[in-house]
Ligand binder design. Structure first.
Ligand SMILES: Nc1ncnc2c1ncn2[C@@H]1O[C@H](COP(=O)(O)OP(=O)(O)OP(=O)(O)O)[C@@H](O)[C@H]1O
Length: 862
């Protein structure tokens, strides 16, 4: 056995091996140790290997899903080795001692799950494949549970932000590339051929060309091919549901890098969970599919004014009719998860219950369509969704006739095909029903004949049907001419058979077996019918999810008095009475009120410098405006009285410093890397929020950097920007930067206590309140007093010397510094040429020098 185990373990490619032994999956050696620790189950030993006891643990097959879920969550991958022949077949093949053949039937990995129990209903589970083709990177992403597949390409530098947007639980990459992330899985380069990829995709969707789906580049096809090859590998030739690939157009989306996503806590909070995130604060979807669609919308807001308006109009339509909203949400609530049921059906792991869910979901979709079709003034998006929600009449009708009302998850016991669907099946059921009734009659007859009132006819898996009497009455039945044959003696009871019982039982078994086979045949047929129209069913599911998102957004807007934002094609942002959805919810839970604030950025006033005390609400204000832009471009209402958003192409957020020790970067380093990315990428169309740049280093360095960054954002990037800072000295930038204005969050000291008003006002912050905040935070009185005297000394010094910014009066303008820098490089270059003694150079040296000069010229951008 161990030999077979080791051979399978070899094929398991580092995954935990679930080795099927009867009713258990067993794990051995290090697998057993690891799994036992994660699952908190007993680690025992089985036999010996090279004289050492073999560590072992096991999980019952019927409960395996729960254990698998925990292992996957803990970052494991699992290979399932099943018995692929029965013990009888093994005996026939190799004699009495032959070992049952086992094979790995599938791999269970984080990105390839379809089981209901292993998936979170409100989160998409993404698998991504990445592949570099001549300097451009192809990305394929797929939610296996619903079959949606998207292909895109990006530059190598954009890989982290693309992967952050996709949020895959598993990433695969060719062994010729560097790993793109911690959870990435290396696969053979051969799997990522673009020709192969194209062929695979064409074959999968039975088309001669992929043109109808989109114009896919070589790198996209390579990544798509790699993804399909991987799925083929983990399913051991059994591919899950894959819908035709969609092309993702990069420009149509609001770009956000990984740091921005993390800092805005879009799908997960800084604590790592969904609680406290943006999506948790706004999700009012009543279906899992809706919640997943909402998360996708928030992860990839749009940049296309028309597309955003279409979504907004649908939300407005449902928002404006509270009765329709309530009715619609009620019917949607009862909707099963069609896309995931479809995913399981196509992956070959569907159950009768999944078919029932698809039937009920499609029937419900039609009812929703009929309900909405009668309404006046439907917005364009709704009009385009409605056709997708009908059209499955024949299939629904078939499944309604074929399946019982609530089909079971387990199909081996039968009982899911409805009465009246198949006359032959009904007859078989009648036969076994009659036989069952005959057995009941037989029991009564035997009681009469023997006079034993305690006589019973029972059934179990080993003996089948048998007659059981208490031991004290057994003698009469033991008599040779009693008509009963002895089968088993138990403590206190004895079991018998009889010819009549044997015959009736035989009828039940035979009819039951044939009925099961008939049900199985119908099941396969239904599966095939569903699979043949999978794309149409998936489209229906997507339409329902989109409807649920809009209804949920409308509900959230009604709950919080949110407004429909106006989307404009300009560089302004005008938000009146804006609020932070997450902070506001948190405050309302404790009965506190959120103070709404305005934000009006336009070309002539596009950079706001915001000062004020710690805890005053600066970060909250910065974030709330970024979130309002994000929500608006995702096509939803926003927490404000009024909002006009000039389309943003890229959103950057650097709020709150954090170490990234895993990547070996200190707080300051992280801050600088992120700021560098903003300076390099932000355009006039971008929106940037920056919080306390320069805080992580010495005061002089910090102030100098903050100063230069503000100037660069103002002069070079020219984007809309909110910049929060504690450096009062930066206020002087208002003298030289025309489009910069000063603002502060208000605070007051009242009877010695600090009162934070969380209200934004124009003008610079009047003073610092650091010590007052420290006192609020519980710093011991003596420490605060001591700090006060140190501060008094420092302030005196500042008065005498002119303070930190004393020397900045004659600082040249930023633009002239750039020109100066460029001039510097030009001058150096020219003087190198002038000083050159050409006659002293050999031809070889001259050529080398020419190359060197060209390289230098390129690197200095001359
Ligand atoms: N507009 C508001 N209305 C009511 N409470 C608010 C508001 N803004 C912020 N707060 C409260 O104040 C707390 C601190 O806010 P925030 O972190 O934004 O302050 P900050 O000025 O950025 O502070 P620091 O400079 O220390 O980072 C928040 O957690 C919230 O409870």
């Amino acid at each position: 056995m161990m030999e077979q185990y080791h051979a399978l373990k070899e094929q398991a490619e580092g995954c935990l091996l679930f080795y099927r032994m009867g009713d258990f999956f067993e794990l051995f050696f290090d697998d057993a140790k690891r799994a036992a620790a994660i699952l908190d189950i007993a680690l025992t030993a089985r036999g010996k290997d090279s004289g050492e006891p073999v560590p072992m643990c096991g999980v019952p097959v019927h409960a395996a899903e729960g254990y698998l879920a925990r292992l996957i969550k803990a970052g494991c991958r699992v290979a399932i080795a099943e018995q692929v022949e029965t013990p009888e077949e093994a005996k026939r093949r190799g004699g009495y001692k032959a070992l049952v053949k086992r094979d790995i039937v599938r791999f269970v990995t984080a990105g390839t799950l379809t089981e209901e129990a292993l998936l979170e209903p409100r989160r998409a589970n993404m698998l991504a494949a990445i592949c570099d083709v001549r300097g451009t990177v192809g990305l394929a992403s797929c939610d296996i549970s619903t079959g949606r597949m998207v292909l895109e390409s990006c530059l190598p530098g954009d890989i982290p932000s693309a992967l952050a947007r996709i949020g895959a639980s598993e990433i695969i990459f060719p062994d010729s590339m560097d790993p793109p992330g911690d959870n990435a899985i290396k696969r053979p380069k051969g799997d990522f051929g673009s020709d192969d990829g194209e062929r695979r995709l064409k074959q999968l969707h039975a088309v001669k060309t992929l043109d109808a789906f989109g114009d896919f580049s070589r790198e996209m096809l390579a990544a798509g091919g790699g993804l399909v090859a991987y799925l083929d590998h983990v399913g051991r030739g059994n591919l899950p549901l894959l819908l035709p690939p969609e092309l993702r157009a990069g420009e149509a989306q609001l770009a956000m890098d990984e740091a921005t996503r993390a800092s805005l806590e879009i799908l997960t909070s800084q604590q790592g969970g969904r609680a406290g995130s943006l999506v948790a604060a706004i999700d009012r979807c009543v279906t899992g599919a809706g919640a997943r669609q909402l998360a996708e919308d928030l992860a990839a807001p749009l940049c296309d004014q028309a597309a955003i308006s279409r979504r907004l109009e649908l939300v407005e339509y449902i928002y404006g009719d509270p009765l329709l909203r309530a009715d619609l949400r009620d019917v949607l609530r009862a909707l099963p998860d069609i896309s995931r049921a479809l995913g399981r059906v196509v992956a070959g792991r569907g159950s009768p219950r999944d078919l029932g869910q698809i039937r009920d979901g499609l029937a419900e979709a039609r009812r929703i369509k009929d309900f909405l079709s009668g309404k006046p003034d439907q917005p364009p998006l709704l009009l385009s969704l409605l056709p997708a929600m009908g059209g499955h009449g024949a299939l629904v009708d078939l499944m309604q006739r074929a399946l019982v009302a609530a089909p079971p998850t387990e199909r081996s016991q039968g009982g899911f095909i409805a009465e009246g669907f198949d006359a032959a099946l009904d007859e078989l059921r009648e036969v076994s029903g009659n036989a069952r009734r005959a057995i009941a009659a037989l029991e009564a007859r035997y009681r009469d004949e023997t006079g034993i009132t305690a006589l019973k006819i029972k059934h179990n898996g080993v003996l089948g049907y048998f007659i059981e009497v208490p031991a004290k009455h057994a003698d009469a039945l033991m008599a040779p001419d009693s008509g009963f044959t002895h089968r088993q003696t138990m403590a206190g009871a004895v079991r018998f058979n009889s010819l009549t019982l044997h015959e009736e039982a035989g009828r039940i078994t035979e009819a039951g077996g044939r009925a099961l086979a008939a049900e199985e045949a119908h099941f396969e047929e239904l599966i095939e019918q569903v699979a043949s129209v999978r794309e149409a069913i998936a489209t229906t599911a997507t339409a329902l999810a989109r409807l649920d998102v809009a209804a949920g957004q409308a509900e959230r807007a009604a709950e919080g008095s949110w407004c429909k934002p106006a989307i404009r094609d300009d560089n302004a942002i005008t938000i009146t009475g804006g609020r932070h959805p997450v902070v506001e919810s948190a405050l309302s839970a404790t009965g506190d009120r959120f103070v709404a604030n305005d934000c009006t950025l336009k070309n002539a006033d596009r950079l706001w410098l915001i000062g004020g005390p710690n805890m005053g609400g600066k970060s909250t204000f910065l974030r709330q405006n970024a979130l309002i832009v994000l929500l608006a471009q995702a096509g939803g209402f926003v927490p404000a009285e009024r909002a006009e958003i000039g389309l943003v192409d890229r959103l950057f957020s650097r709020v709150g410093a954090s170490d990234n020790l895993a990547k070996g970067r200190s707080t300051f380093m992280v801050e600088m890397v992120e700021t560098a990315a903003i300076l390099a990428q932000a355009s006039e169309r971008s929106f940037v929020i920056l919080d306390e740049v320069g805080r992580g280093t010495s005061t002089y360095d910090g102030l100098a950097l903050a100063w230069a960054v503000v100037e660069a954002v103002h002069e070079t990037n020219r984007c809309r920007c909110l910049f929060a800072t504690h450096y009062h000295e930066l206020a002087r930038l208002a003298e030289t930067c025309d489009s910069l204005s000063l603002h502060h969050v208000r605070a007051r000291e009242w009877k010695g206590d600090l009162v934070l008003l969380h209200e934004l006002a124009e003008g610079p912050a009047d003073r610092s309140y650091g010590l007052a905040v420290a006192r609020l935070a519980g710093i011991p009185k003596p420490v605060v007093s001591r700090a006060k005297s140190v501060l008094a000394k420092l302030e005196k010094g500042r008065e005498e010397t002119g303070g930190l910014a004393a020397g900045l009066g004659d600082l040249p303008l930023f633009a002239s510094v750039i020109a100066e820098d460029e001039n510097d490089e030009e001058t150096t270059f020219l003087s190198r040429l002038q000083e050159l003694d050409i006659d002293a150079l050999s031809p070889r040296e001259a050529l080398d020098l020419l190359y060197q000069l060209k390289r230098d010229a390129e690197s200095t951008k001359l």
